[in-house]
Ligand binder design. Structure first.
Ligand code: CS2
Ligand code: MG
Length: 405
């Protein structure tokens, strides 16, 4: 069996998605997600110009060898564009292998370790009444674990808070020719957030698992203060307290708080976690299959983390396509050290482009029993949605200085 064709599909049903379609000479078709939010066309070029020519004629079953060929063969290591491109190839090859085996992918990863993947949904509000409505809406949809994001008095737009509560595919602030600029004030946020969690616990009781995403905005000592201040509210996790490029900085945070920590959505290789995992500075690894080199690399990450009782929390925003989502769900079902799965449902238009077998019910996701990944691309539907440039917002402090968004 040989790879006969590889095609990059760009579509934009509400937001941009990059998909690699690999076809074998036997006519088996596999899909991989290579979407990198705000920098999509860089991955398209990396794939079309540098990777696709290397794939034609290769044995699609040699997944590990192809991964190493693309990783080591580039000479230049890691980086989000490279790793998203490698992920797209890797996932498409796993899709092909599982289809040839006639099995859903999770069976090739060791079979099911659980009946479903516990998921968390996003709730947000500019103020408490809006936030409570949003939490109730998620509970009504079947979510049993909730990420809570809140507006901060005196600040306008804040990461994770939407005016309409429709956190589906649309880029968070619509499409703009240049990034939207938000204003950020860390002390105001630190003063306000504990009161939000106190109110949510008073309203919804002690049992509901609650999460929060600080989105890389704090210094290590601020992160320590926040973790400590939130301890009474028993969070499932506190996410991305610092940018974590400086892994050692997490030692300071860890010394000061028992609030569980999750990090990793902007990492793209196992080595990015080396200190965090070896020194047990976090509790959950957050990479997406799409951004960290595919199923092959994620399996190695989870196995390494498992040695230290660190669990998975795969990144699942809507900028991961249903193809990337499905790849994550097969891992969730198979690995032993599963923690939780982030789940933001995609829009109906996106689901039309990507027919999929995975399901969500009563708080749990399941990848389905279709051989392979269980997701395809309807190319006719995809062609109706042309690529549109779009950027993530940027953040400035009150004095105008750039800050992490
Ligand atoms: C996030 C994302 O889901 C999350 O936890 O932090 O929403 C993130 O902002 C986007 O994936 C950026 O593209
Ligand atoms: Mg996050």
């Amino acid at each position: 069996m040989r790879i006969a064709n590889a095609e990059v599909i760009v579509t934009s049903p509400g937001r941009n998605f990059v998909t690699l379609e690999i076809t074998t000479d036997d006519g088996v078709v596999g899909y991989g997600d290579g979407t990198l939010n705000g920098r999509e066309l860089a991955v398209v070029s990396y794939l079309r110009d540098h990777v696709v020519p290397l794939l034609i004629g290769r044995d699609p079953h040699k997944i590990e060898d192809t991964w190493q060929y693309l990783y080591r063969g580039a000479y230049w290591r890691r980086g989000p564009v490279t790793m998203a491109a490698i992920a797209a190839v890797d996932v498409a090859l796993w899709d092909i292998k599982a289809q040839v085996a006639g099995l859903p992918l999770y069976q090739l990863l060791g079979g099911a370790s659980r009946t479903g993947a516990r998921a968390y949904g996003h709730a947000s509000g500019a103020d408490l009444p809006e936030l409570f409505d949003s939490i109730r809406a998620r509970l009504d949809e079947g979510f049993r674990c909730i990420r809570v994001q809140s507006g901060v008095p005196g600040l306008g737009m804040v990461y994770g808070v939407t005016s309409t509560d429709v956190r589906r595919d649309q880029e968070s602030n619509g499409r703009h020719p240049v990034p939207v600029e938000e204003v950020w004030d860390t002390p105001a946020y630190l003063r306000h957030l504990p009161s939000v969690f106190e109110a949510v616990r008073n309203e919804f009781g002690p049992e509901l698992p609650l999460l929060h995403d600080a989105h890389h905005r704090l210094t290590p000592i601020q992160a320590a203060q926040l973790g400590k201040a939130l301890e009474p509210y028993d969070l499932f996790w506190l996410e991305d307290v610092t940018p974590a490029e400086n892994q050692e900085a997490l030692r300071l945070v860890r010394q000061h708080t028992t609030t569980p920590l999750a990090i990793g959505e902007v990492f793209n290789a196992v080595v990015d976690y080396q200190t965090l995992i070896r020194e047990q500075l976090i509790d959950y690894v957050r990479s997406a299959v799409t951004h960290a080199g595919g199923v092959t690399a994620m399996r190695k990450l989870f196995d390494y983390a498992a040695q230290y009782q660190i669990k998975s929390g795969i990144h699942g925003p809507t900028d991961i396509s249903p193809v990337g989502m499905a790849a994550g769900l097969h891992l969730d079902l198979a690995i032993h050290n599963f923690g939780i799965q982030e789940f933001m449902p995609h829009s109906p238009d996106t689901y039309d482009v990507f027919p999929h077998a995975y399901t969500f019910s009563d708080g749990y996701l399941h990848p389905g029993e279709t051989p392979g990944l269980g997701v395809t691309v309807d190319k006719k539907a995809a062609a109706q949605f042309e690529y549109q440039p779009a950027y993530l917002p940027v953040n400035r402090l009150r004095d105008g200085a750039m800050h992490d968004w």
